[in-house]
Design a protein around this ligand. Structure first.
Ligand SMILES: *[C@@H]1O[C@H](CO)[C@@H](O)[C@H](O)[C@H]1NC(C)=O
Ligand SMILES: *[C@@H]1O[C@H](CO)[C@@H](O)[C@H](O)[C@H]1NC(C)=O
Ligand SMILES: *[C@@H]1O[C@H](CO)[C@@H](O)[C@H](O)[C@H]1NC(C)=O
Ligand SMILES: *[C@@H]1O[C@H](CO)[C@@H](O)[C@H](O)[C@H]1NC(C)=O
Ligand SMILES: *[C@@H]1O[C@H](CO)[C@@H](O)[C@H](O)[C@H]1NC(C)=O
Ligand SMILES: *[C@@H]1O[C@H](CO)[C@@H](O)[C@H](O)[C@H]1NC(C)=O
Ligand SMILES: *[C@@H]1O[C@H](CO)[C@@H](O)[C@H](O)[C@H]1NC(C)=O
Ligand SMILES: *[C@@H]1O[C@H](CO)[C@@H](O)[C@H](O)[C@H]1NC(C)=O
Ligand SMILES: *[C@@H]1O[C@H](CO)[C@@H](O)[C@H](O)[C@H]1NC(C)=O
Ligand SMILES: *[C@@H]1O[C@H](CO)[C@@H](O)[C@H](O)[C@H]1NC(C)=O
Length: 857
């Protein structure tokens, strides 16, 4: 085997149009092992996994184990639910053709297994002389990334050996340590790298290059930029790679726009599937805006490694050279100053790739890769715009053939939550956090793209003087379901709703569903999502419902369907859209919801100004939504993070009662949301918590942030992002904070509300909204506090309309307010009754700079 990387002094940046992949005769050689599962089985994608025993070498100190519980985010039982546990060094051996490159994928599900404590598992994994993992704790890694499972992918360099030996070695630093693995995948690939890849930062004729063909690598990120999650079964050349949505890595408020090709692209020569080339992210329609910002992605990586970045391009928007020319920056250094896709690819609609290598040092604790695109204005292209279709980032082995980095840090917030939970919670379930959601495979591999984060939470929040759990808590939430849930099978093609969930909601026959929707008549369609179409219908002769019908061909749909039923059947609240029932018959799956007669909050703010909501109505709607979110955060058995709070996910019923919908489980609820619809669940730009970018971890405070944006949106009646406005105003969150500090916020208020809000109300409301947008989650109020403050504003408002001496010191007399429901009383019993008002007069340039430099946030 040749050494990891050669640094050669030679030609600088080289650009290759893709050479044809090895004319593959038949599918590439592959092995799929379901470890510790003597029967093998088929996963949700229909791939067959075999028993691992015949590949084991000297396995006397290993054993099979079955996971105690099945996390709802697992894409399928195989290979995750069974594991092989190693108490001593043990290897797997595969017969391969060593002259080719191979992908090795390791699947880990750090759940609880009988007779072992997963927190004690620290181990290393080697292939030959290459160290893949060292002192690896799958449990810590999963917790830090808020994932239930982890998939590690390596691209192993060719060697002279005709066997591939993967060795697991429990750490000798910890007593009782063991290694484990749930699945192993080995798949042969054509050589996809080049002899010479230019190192960024060594410009000029003396360019430094990296020899990638002899390097083993770990895949860190693989993104279908501007597009959707592409499952392994849809990958090209049978390589079974997953391509993730890029939104979670976008930096700053200016996230560009996504688009899709409407022309034919010949992806024959590409290294990525057609779906990657036929979608892209560009900067946007306004050249003046584009001139002033960088389209930027930020990635967390391990320091002290060299990374190879592969950019996939295909320009289907332009026709000739010099229409779109841009610069590529990697970690603030120019990687290429004139990227003209058509110029380099030779024609429009032609896929091409471009590789760069970069060394990430450990100067000041730096462990990020920044990728930024900016139009090169000086060459006067026709459009000031940039474009990217796909991006892969690989970590290269260092001089000691090591690829292992440290375990990720668990953030303080996460740690606090864990400590809190493990103290008071008597469940057997390990504290590993889990992501629930339609994200299925989409969420969990290399990065984070969490959908709905569920943290085991101490069941009862303590409110002073509140002993008994009052009636607003869920009807069903108190049952312990950890074991019954895991029992339900999730095998390919058939759904099994746990009995627990099934008895909480009604079963509809297919005939009833068909009758309700006039045989799924197109005129009844009110929305379309990744899951399928949403129909309006009538059941039981008069009850109006919204029916979400699953697209039978969508495998992901099956998972979303199950998760949604499991979750929603346990969540009942006046301010959450409720699931009435479901149907599963003849390969048809449908979910039946309450029909929301007045549609989304957004459409009553500015979409079509049919009715203008009064200030009081707006407050009541915000309070309702806040109550729904407060319930999600504290009321259910789990802390549920909605993750996609926005005005299109706040629905209004016939009586204008606000209900939170779309709990991250699928992109569209009963009402179609705007623009790009994706099957991969993700947050929405303009609402996303900036801390999430920095720490890559979600907490309920991310919802609080998004809700703060909603509060400003309601006040100002403008979208969270409006690219048509001057740059500093594009992001509502940034601009509102700027105006709040400057004291000019009143100028932004919806003209319809001018003069209709009392000073006191205005101050309290905007203070509350401003607090929600605090940089750090810890500085933001809880949803309960927000709720309390909004109620206080409403109270002030009523006092204005209906004068009565009011105390205005931020503390409020509870008996002042007339009849209230239980939930608001509970909210008021919180310790922190007021948010206080912290003077924060940062100067404006800092805020403006956030668009350009989000690091400041
Ligand atoms: C191994 O693969 C190479 C091409 O990559 C091929 O030339 C060679 O014949 C293969 N060897 C065997 C034993 O199949
Ligand atoms: C597992 O080990 C961790 C750390 O060693 C310990 O804190 C925890 O209590 C153990 N859990 C069980 C169930 O024994
Ligand atoms: C995967 O490929 C199938 C068949 O080409 C297609 O119908 C499906 O939409 C694809 N799925 C995704 C998520 O791209
Ligand atoms: C593709 O879209 C562009 C812009 O929307 C339009 O002008 C063009 O006619 C479309 N081409 C085809 C083949 O539909
Ligand atoms: C693919 O590569 C072959 C050989 O290099 C070339 O002849 C062909 O034109 C390429 N196809 C495309 C679409 O670029
Ligand atoms: C990177 O290397 C430097 C110097 O060898 C070392 O001090 C530092 O701890 C390393 N950082 C990491 C994250 O391993
Ligand atoms: C790139 O520049 C920005 C703004 O100056 C800075 O915040 C960021 O840390 C830099 N990134 C790297 C990797 O140096
Ligand atoms: C874009 O990024 C580069 C490299 O960090 C920086 O020099 C440049 O000033 C940025 N441009 C804008 C408009 O932010
Ligand atoms: C734009 O491209 C030209 C030509 O390669 C180059 O000289 C110039 O430095 C680039 N502009 C910037 C701002 O990098
Ligand atoms: C192993 O990982 C743990 C958790 O990240 C860390 O605390 C410990 O120092 C590491 N041990 C060694 C020997 O590197």
């Amino acid at each position: 085997m040749s050494p990891g990387i050669h640094i050669l002094v030679s030609v600088m940046y080289i650009c290759f149009i893709f050479e044809p992949a090895d004319a593959a005769d038949g599918p590439p050689q592959q092995f799929l092992l379901s470890c510790g599962n003597l029967k093998g089985g088929v996963d949700a994608d229909g791939r067959k996994w075999e028993d691992d025993t015949k590949f084991l070498v000297k396995a006397d100190k290993s054993g099979e184990a079955k996971a105690d519980m099945q996390d709802p985010s697992l894409p399928s039982e195989i290979p995750f639910m069974s594991a092989r546990i190693f108490n001593a060094e043990t290897s797997y051996k595969f017969d391969i053709n060593g002259s080719n490159r191979h992908f090795l994928r390791l699947y880990f599900y750090p759940s609880s297994y009988p007779n072992v404590n997963i927190s004690n598992s620290y181990f290393g994994v080697n292939v030959g002389e290459t160290t893949l993992l060292n002192n690896f704790s799958a449990a810590l890694t999963a917790t830090a990334l808020s994932q239930a499972y982890i998939v590690k992918e390596y691209a192993l360099a060719p060697s002279d050996l005709n066997d591939l030996t993967v060795t697991f070695k429990p750490s000798d630093k910890y007593s009782g340590s063991f290694a484990f693995v749930n699945g192993i995948e080995v798949i042969e690939t054509p050589e996809m790298f080049d002899d010479e890849t230019g190192m960024v930062g060594f410009a000029g004729d003396s360019g430094v290059t990296v020899e990638a063909t002899t390097a083993s690598m770990e895949t860190m990120f693989r993104l279908n930029v501007g597009g959707q999650y592409i499952p392994p079964t849809n990958d090209s050349a049978g390589l079974m790679r997953s391509w993730y949505d890029d939104t979670a890595y976008l930096f700053g408020a200016s996230s560009g726009v996504t688009n899709a090709a409407n022309t034919t692209i010949d992806a024959g020569n590409g290294t990525a599937p057609l779906a990657v080339y036929s979608t892209a992210r560009t900067m946007g329609p306004d050249p003046n805006v584009n001139k002033n910002y960088n389209l930027t992605w930020v990635f967390q990586v391990d320091a002290n490694f060299t990374y190879l970045l592969r950019f996939h391009f295909c320009d289907y928007l332009d026709e000739k050279v010099n229409q779109r020319v841009f610069e590529i920056f990697i970690n603030n250094q120019t990687a290429l100053d004139t990227m003209d896709i058509i110029g380099l690819a030779g024609s429009a609609n032609s896929p091409m790739k471009k590789d760069f290598a970069i060394l990430v040092k450990d100067n000041k604790g730096d462990n990020e890769i920044w990728v930024a695109l900016h139009p090169n204005v000086s060459v006067k292209p026709e459009f000031f715009d940039a474009m990217l279709n796909g991006l892969e980032i690989f970590k290269l082995g260092d001089s000691k053939k090591n690829l292992a980095g440290p375990n990720p840090q668990i953030s303080d917030l996460m740690q606090k939550q864990i400590d809190h939970n493990t103290k008071g919670f008597a469940s057997k379930r390990s504290y590993t956090t889990a992501i629930i959601g339609g994200a299925a495979g989409g969420a969990a591999a290399f990065g984070i793209a969490a959908a709905l984060l569920v943290v085991i939470n101490n069941r009862k929040r303590r409110y002073p003087g509140q002993d008994s759990v009052s009636s607003w808590l869920p009807l069903y939430g108190q049952t312990h379901t950890s074991s019954s849930k895991s029992a339900s099978g999730r095998s390919h093609g058939s759904t099994h709703i746990s009995s627990d969930a099934a008895c909480n909601c009604r079963y509809f026959s297919l005939a009833e569903i068909k009758q309700a929707t006039k045989h799924f008549d197109e005129s009844h369609v009110i929305g379309v999502g990744g899951f399928g179409k949403v129909y309006r219908g009538v059941v039981d002769g008069k009850m109006k419902v919204a029916i979400k019908r699953s697209n039978p061909s969508s495998e992901q749909g099956v998972n979303e369907f199950q998760t949604e039923i499991e979750m929603l059947s346990k969540l009942r609240h006046r301010h959450l859209v409720s699931l009435i029932g479901y149907c599963e018959e003849d390969n048809e799956m449908a979910l039946v919801y309450d029909y929301m007669g007045k549609g989304t909050l957004r459409e009553h703010l500015y979409k079509n100004n049919k009715v203008t909501l009064t200030w009081k109505q707006r407050l009541e709607i915000c309070i309702g939504a806040a109550r729904g979110l407060h319930y999600l955060h504290t009321g259910a058995q789990y802390t549920i993070i909605h993750r996609d709070v926005k005005t299109t996910n706040i629905l209004l019923d016939d009586k204008w009662v606000a209900k939170v919908s779309d709990f991250g489980l699928s992109k569209t609820g009963p009402n179609m949301n705007q623009g790009h619809v994706s099957t991969v669940v993700k947050g929405s730009f303009g609402y996303l918590d900036p801390e999430y970018f920095r720490r890559q971890q979600l907490t309920e405070k991310s919802d609080v942030y998004s809700f703060g944006v909603v509060l400003f949106e309601v006040l100002c009646a403008r979208p969270a992002l409006n690219p048509n406005l001057p740059k500093e105003q594009v992001s509502l969150a940034d601009y509102a904070m700027y105006c709040l500090r400057k004291g000019t916020l009143e100028d932004m208020v919806d003209p319809q509300l001018k003069g209709k809000i009392s000073q006191e109300c205005f101050k309290k409301y905007t203070d509350t909204a401003g607090k929600c947008l605090a940089d750090h989650g810890t500085d933001r109020p809880s949803m309960g506090d927000v709720l309390w403050n909004l109620e206080f504003v409403l109270q002030l408002e009523s006092n204005v309309e209906n004068p009565k001496p009011a105390s205005t010191k931020g503390s409020m007399d509870l008996d002042n307010g007339g009849p209230r429901d239980q939930s608001s009383i509970m909210a008021m019993h919180r310790n922190t009754l007021s948010l206080g008002s912290e003077d924060n007069d940062g100067d404006g340039s800092e805020v403006f700079s956030q668009i350009v430099n989000q690091k400041g946030r």
